[in-house]
Each structure stands twice: as structure tokens, then as C-alpha cells.
Design a protein around this ligand. Structure first.
Ligand code: HEM
Ligand SMILES: *[C@@H]1O[C@H](CO)[C@@H](O)[C@H](O)[C@H]1NC(C)=O
Ligand SMILES: *[C@@H]1O[C@H](CO)[C@@H](O)[C@H](O)[C@H]1NC(C)=O
Length: 528
């Protein structure tokens, strides 16, 4: 089935391994270790995959779950689909073909029925995160991030410590930071408009998202919009980390080998640039606040809230680094992708765009919203809210299955019994394009579906852009704050013309689904 030659030939065509040989900075240069790696990989494959797979095929109650033929035999099959960069769409296709549960790899299953999704992602469910998260996890549990913690108790405790930083009532304290950066964004777009510059919109949105989250977290923009580029090295560092999650997450047994080899040749672990940045910022702020006494100073930004908690003995250094780092690491690509998708959908659906503009302009005239809108004012604009929801539905930033391990006692899903330890999960793209949930036209951008009678509770409960259950996105409110404030400012002041309006937007999916497109911004004559 797998000859060394075939392994070799597709290793050389797989993006992650190309990255390894291309980039000395992040991965180091692996050339010359090729033979050792390959024979180790083969031994691993036989021990961990071939033998258990045969066993499962012959004896497991799940032997009959349908799925692509080769998926039964090796996780590498799914890995290859992920490496092709279109896995978000492949999962949709498989569910159309095979039904509500699909075997995507040995002991790995994708589910799509709302009742099954509810079981796995129930707020008090005993399902745990699987080894999929290993590519981003730290060997020392104290250093482990909230995102990669697999143990449910540890995760719950960690989240409890930090949840106040992300609550709705805390959002007001971050508004000024968002406004400051939105002003820079609008100024840059005016400049692009005057210079008639073609803009790589997802890239610019990434600079915006970085600057905002930097300002919110450390009271310090990265200055990326201003410089029109990433001078920190953070973007490739974070991207390679997230890509590694998408690629290696489906074959986690190989992670210690890949990372072990990397450290042998002296390469820093993933996201080290980000870690170092977070430590430096925390220390700088800690020094500036060294005279801190409770109540002596009004703390506003994220890092000062965190330092405040440290002073009260409610947080330790690794937690602080985790939570600040997570803001930057999890909060920039996601928000940038969603904003880019929103602009794309609005400017390719001008009728919806006009409707949104009318809502904003009418409310502005009547003095009900300001310039920029406050977060609270934005809550009162139903069409704006529907546009954001519809964008999150049509282009959820995470394109991967969020896998969970079946707990003791097993469970019943889609008519099958899943024993303890099976890996099951849902993919937001599959759920969001389901006709059973969203009606006959899920491939159309139609914010109206979120308004009035049409909207059902099942639609809301199957919105999976931020994940589900006890591990839903911590930064959801921050991201909504950013998006509901930035989007109206851009569309009330600018028109945008796509470079290739006739072509569908290419995307690349590993963990995140990155869109790629260019456009020209043009200042509107009557900036309302
Ligand atoms: C549109 C924007 C965003 C989307 C679509 C999004 C999506 C997600 C998803 C799907 C998860 C769950 C992953 C899983 O179950 O494996 C998640 C977790 C997380 N997100 Fe977000 N996110 C966004 C913005 C943000 C922002 C702005 C922040 C920080 C300020 C953030 C911080 C986090 C953290 C810390 C977790 C881990 C939570 C935990 O494990 O308990 N996210 N996000
Ligand atoms: C975001 O705000 C909502 C509404 O107030 C709240 O229920 C939720 O817990 C908040 N999310 C987080 C992650 O704190
Ligand atoms: C944030 O930075 C500005 C200078 O850029 C400073 O004036 C202000 O005091 C800082 N705020 C906090 C809470 O650290």
C-alpha cells in the first residue's frame, strides 16, 4: 500500500514538508536527514497505523461507518487532503456523499446532525480535546495554553481565572483602543484611494487586526498598518504554528519526532517569537506599574488588568503569558479573515451593501449612532448584526474538525455506538452549509435569514464559527467588538472594486481558511 518511494514522492509535495526545507528561520533545514526521517516514519506508520487499523476493520463496532475507502487504512490519507488546502470543502463533500457520520481516518469520525453535535459539545459534556491539539501544546502542563489543555478540570480552572477579561461588560474598556486603530485604518484607506492603489485586502485586514489586538492587550499597536507590513516576524511564526496544527493534528503520533528532530538541530519551538514578545511586554508594564497599590491607579488595558490580578495573587506568570499570547495568536488571523470575508460578500452583493448603508445612514441622521459607532449603538442595528452573523456562517475562520475524545462509557451518535477513546468532531463548514439547518440556499449570502420569522433556534445553536461548549472561543466578544465597530466605518466611507469580480476567491485551508483577493478602495463622495 505505501512503498518508501511513494512516501518520499508525496512528502516532497506536501506543503508542511516543503516549508520545513524552505524556511531556515522557523523549521530549520532538514535536508540530509531525509533517509532517517523516512525509515522512522515507516516504522511509526506500521506500529501505530497499519496494525490498529486492521484490528479496527475486523472487530470494531464502528467498522461499518461509511467514508472514503482509503481513509480506513491511514490517517495520512486525511493529511494529504488537508495538505491540498481545500479540506474545508472536502468535508462538506464527504458528508453529502456518506451521510451524517463519516469516517475520515482510523478511529476518527466527522459528525453533522444537530442532535449529535449537541451531545459532543454540550456545555457540561465529558468529551475532552484529543491529541489533535498536540502540535501546539507544551510538554509542561503549567506552561500549557488554555487552548491546548486536554484535561477538562484543568481547562475549567484556567478559564475561570481569565473569563472576566473577556466578558461583555469588560468590552467598554477596550473600545478606545479599537477606535484609535480604526481611525488609522480609515486614514490608510483614504491614502490607498487617493493613490489608486490595488490592496491585498486580507493582508491589510491582518495588519488592522494585529494593531487592534496589540493596542487592546498591551496598549501598544504593532504599527503594521502604518508600515504596511509585518516587521515583527509574528505573522509567519503564528501562521506556521496554526498550519502545523491543521497538518500534524491529524497525525499527532508524529509530533514528538518532528519536534524532537527540530530541537536536535537547534530550532525554537513554535510560537516562540510570540512568547518572547508577550514576556517582554508584560515585564515592561510590570516595571512601569511597580509602585502599584490597590485602588491607586485606574487600570484599563488588558495587560494592566492581568497585572492587577497577579498583584492580588489570582494569576501566575505562565497564565499571564498564555492569556496575552493567546490574544495575539488566536485573535488576529481569525478577525482578519472574517473582516475580509465580510467586505468581499458585501461588495459582491451590492443590494445587501445598500441595505446596510441605509441602516447606518438613517440611524446617523436621526442621531442614534455616532461616528465611529459605539459597541452599544451597533447592537441596536439589526441588519449590521445579521451581516456579521451571515459572514461568520458562510466563512467561518476555522476550517478544521474540532475533535473530541469519547469519554468512559462510550456514546451513541448517528445510530452507531462509539466506544471510549474514539475521536469524533464537527466542522463548522459542514454545519453551516447544511440545508437541514439553514434552508435551501446555504451557499447564498443572505443576512435576511437571521431576521424575523425565518430565523430558528436550530440555526443559532448550530453556529459553530466560535466552536462549541465549554471550549468555545474566549475572544468571541472581543472579536465582535472589533468587527461591529470596524465594518460600518469602512463601508460608510468607502466603495471597493474587486480586481477580479468574476472569479471566485481562492482560499487555503489548514486550520484557518485564508481568502486571497485584491481590490481598490474608493472614498465615497458623501461620507455620511
Ligand atoms: C472572528 C473571530 C474568531 C473566531 C472565528 C474564533 C474561533 C475560535 C474557535 C472555533 C475556537 C475553538 C477551537 C477549538 O474548539 O478547538 C476558539 C478558541 C479560542 N479563541 Fe477564538 N476566534 C476568534 C477570535 C478570537 C479573539 C479575538 C481572541 C482573543 C482576543 C480569541 C481567543 C481564543 C482563545 C483563547 C481560545 C481558546 C479557548 C479555550 O480553549 O477555552 N479568539 N476561537
Ligand atoms: C460574551 O458576552 C456574553 C454576553 O454577555 C456572555 O454570556 C459570554 O460569557 C461572554 N463570552 C466570554 C467568552 O466571556
Ligand atoms: C497607554 O499608552 C499611552 C501612551 O501611548 C499612555 O499615555 C497611557 O498612560 C497608557 N495607558 C495604560 C493604561 O498603560
Amino acid at each position: 500500500m505505501l512503498s518508501p518511494k511513494s512516501v518520499q514522492s508525496w512528502l516532497s509535495t506536501s506543503p508542511i514538508f516543503q516549508d520545513i526545507s524552505r524556511s531556515n528561520v522557523v523549521y530549520g533545514n532538514f535536508q540530509g536527514h531525509g533517509i532517517n526521517i523516512l525509515s522512522s516514519i515507516l516504522i511509526l506508520i506500521i506500529t501505530y497505523y497499519v496494525i490498529p487499523t486492521l484490528f479496527e476493520f475486523l472487530f470494531s463496532p464502528l467498522g461499518k461507518v461509511p467514508g472514503p475507502f482509503w481513509a480506513r487504512f491511514s490517517r495520512w490519507w486525511e493529511y494529504r487532503r488537508v495538505a491540498n488546502g481545500r479540506s474545508n470543502l472536502e468535508y462538506i463533500r464527504w458528508h453529502k456523499k456518506y451521510g451524517p457520520v463519516v469516517r475520515v481516518g482510523p478511529n476518527r469520525y466527522s459528525i453533522s446532525r444537530p442532535e449529535d453535535v449537541k451531545i459532543v459539545y454540550d456545555i457540561s459534556s465529558k468529551f475532552t480535546k484529543t491529541d489533535y491539539y498536540k502540535p501546539l501544546s507544551h510538554p509542561d502542563p503549567d506552561q500549557q495554553s488554555v487552548f491546548t489543555l486536554q484535561d477538562n478540570e484543568m481547562h475549567k480552572n484556567r478559564r475561570r481565572k481569565v473569563s472576566a477579561l473577556y466578558s461583555m461588560s469588560t468590552m467598554v474598556s477596550y473600545e478606545e483602543a479599537v477606535d484609535k486603530m480604526t481611525t488609522v485604518c480609515v486614514r490608510k484607506l483614504h491614502q490607498f484611494s487617493e493613490e489608486k492603489r490595488l490592496v491585498a485586502i486580507p493582508h491589510f485586514m491582518q495588519y488592522y487586526a494585529f494593531d487592534v489586538i496589540g493596542e487592546i492587550t498591551f496598549n501598544k499597536s504593532f504599527g503594521m498598518m502604518e508600515k504596511e507590513g509585518d516587521t515583527t516576524g509574528l505573522i509567519p511564526d503564528i501562521r506556521s504554528g496554526n498550519d502545523a496544527l491543521g497538518y500534524l493534528g491529524v497525525i499527532p503520533d508524529i509530533v514528538p519526532w518532528v519536534y524532537g528532530l527540530r530541537s536536535l538541530v537547534g530550532i525554537l519551538p513554535k510560537a516562540q517569537v510570540l512568547n518572547n514578545y508577550a514576556i517582554t511586554q508584560i515585564n515592561q508594564h510590570r516595571q512601569a506599574n511597580s509602585g502599584f497599590k490597590k485602588g491607586a491607579r485606574k487600570y484599563e488595558t488588558f495587560v494592566t488588568k492581568v497585572l492587577n490580578m497577579e498583584a492580588e495573587g489570582r494569576m501566575t506568570e505562565p497564565n499571564m503569558r498564555d492569556v496575552c499570547g493567546a490574544n495575539i495568536g488566536a485573535g488576529s488571523d481569525t478577525t482578519a479573515i472574517t473582516l475580509s470575508a465580510a467586505l468581499y460578500y458585501l461588495f459582491t452583493n451590492t443590494e445587501k451593501l445598500e441595505k446596510l448603508r441605509q441602516e447606518i445612514d438613517a440611524n446617523t441622521k436621526e442621531g442614534r449612532v455616532s461616528d465611529p459607532l459605539t459597541f452599544q449603538e451597533a447592537q441596536g442595528l439589526p441588519y449590521l448584526q445579521a451581516v456579521i452573523k451571515e459572514t461568520l456562517r458562510m466563512h467561518p475562520a476555522v476550517g478544521a474538525i474540532l475533535p473530541r475524545k469519547v469519554p468512559k462509557g462510550g456514546c451513541h451518535l448517528a445510530g452507531y455506538y462509539f466506544p471510549e477513546g474514539a475521536e469524533v468532531g464537527a466542522n463548522s463548514w459542514v454545519l453551516h452549509y447544511s440545508r437541514d439547518i439553514y434552508g435551501p440556499d446555504p451557499e447564498h449570502f443572505r443576512p435576511e435569514r437571521w431576521i424575523g420569522e425565518e430565523k430558528t433556534s436550530i440555526m443559532d445553536s448550530m453556529m459553530f464559527a466560535f466552536g462549541g461548549g465549554s471550549k468555545t472561543c474566549l475572544g468571541k466578544n472581543i472579536s465582535l467588538l472589533e468587527m461591529t465597530k470596524a465594518l460600518p466605518q469602512i463601508i460608510r466611507k468607502f466603495d471597493m472594486v474587486l480586481e477580479h469580480p468574476e472569479k471566485p476567491v481562492p482560499t487555503r485551508c489548514a486550520w484557518f481558511v485564508y481568502p486571497e483577493y485584491n481590490g481598490w478602495f474608493k472614498a465615497r463622495d458623501s461620507s455620511a
